[in-house]
Design a protein around this ligand. Structure first.
Ligand code: UTP
Length: 295
């Protein structure tokens, strides 16, 4: 069923977690990168909460080898709950409850080889079916009262079609990101007439990059199934998204909040400092600790 306005509700989200996390070796030799903690919870829980708070009802993990810990994290743990209750640790009971996924809401599919983000998304095609959906990359965190996906769903309800979260990057770094070719920009919403994955700085059509949050129409699977390889010899999501432009609305949202690329070591450390500072229980202590750090 196609809706001419491309505004059907967003009920499902894909979390691609099958990558190798090579930038964090040896930490990620046996442990999934997505289990690395930012403050008191792993990356995957931050993005799960963001999706849940945005109204997502079905959570689809694209996993791979050695990623079982991710599904375990969201399971019910009756023994642990009993011990916490017996010890009167009610704040911890609430915290553990917060990461228990409601039954029948978590869906798993496997990507046999990490052939690229586009391929990971294609692996979830049967679980998505014929409806628009969201994608959240656990590497990307946005610190703000209103989650990035909630902001994007508001933009989607207005503009419809496909919506990506975007931010400005220094021109010399365009070769690390998916970059927009812009068609109109009101400072918040950006029209998109093209997308290029990791262009050289001198060839980049703008300095606006996509971060790991997407709302896409299911027609993207018609293009993903071609398995075309792009930048880095990987099956890129950006290349298939670019093919929707012209047929469907496609826009970018300059989101509110501070973005962290937790897939890089510097971004990861920076996120831990900022989330620690923003924590109502330990924020002041973190601030004091930073003042006394010797460099
Ligand atoms: P990255 O390319 O940043 O993750 O993909 P990576 O490959 O695990 O990390 P490095 O570069 O080797 O350090 C972003 C997200 O997409 C997932 C990753 O798990 C990560 O959450 N991904 C990436 C897949 O699920 N499959 C892939 O083939 C590639």
């Amino acid at each position: 069923m196609t809706d001419k306005n491309f505004k059907r509700p967003i009920r499902k989200a894909i979390f691609p977690v099958a990558g190798l996390g090579t930038r964090f070796l040896p930490a990620t030799k046996a442990m999934p990168k997505e289990m690395l903690p930012i403050n008191d919870r792993p990356l995957i829980q931050h993005v799960y909460e963001e999706a849940r708070d945005a109204g997502i009802e079905e959570f689809i993990f694209v996993t791979g080898r050695q990623k079982e810990m991710l599904e375990e994290h969201f399971d019910h743990q009756p023994e642990l709950m009993e011990i916490l209750k017996a010890r009167g640790k009610h704040d911890m009971v609430a915290k553990v409850q917060d990461c228990q996924m409601p039954e029948g809401k978590l869906f798993l599919t496997r990507q046999a080889q990490p052939l690229g983000l586009g391929h990971a998304i294609w692996c979830a095609r049967r679980l998505i079916g014929d409806e628009p959906f969201a994608i959240l990359l656990p590497d990307d965190l946005v610190l703000h009262e209103k989650g990035c996906l909630s902001q994007m769903i508001e933009a989607y309800n207005e503009h419809g079609g496909n919506v990506v979260a975007v931010k400005d990057v220094p021109r010399e770094e365009t070769n690390k990101y998916g970059i927009l070719d812009i068609d109109g920009d009101d400072g918040k919403h950006v029209g998109i007439k093209g997308l290029v994955e990791k262009p050289k700085p001198e060839e980049a059509p703008s300095t606006l990059s996509i971060i790991g949050r997407y709302i896409l129409q299911p027609e993207v699977f018609d293009h993903l199934k071609a398995f075309e390889k792009g930048a880095g010899n990987e099956i890129q999501l950006t290349d298939s998204m670019a093919k929707l432009i012209g047929d469907q609305p496609f826009s970018g949202l300059r989101f509110d909040g501070q973005h962290f690329d937790c897939g890089s070591r510097l971004g990861f450390i920076s996120a831990n400092v900022s989330y620690g500072l923003a924590d109502k229980n330990i924020g002041n202590d973190v601030r004091e600790m930073l003042k006394t750090q010797k460099v």
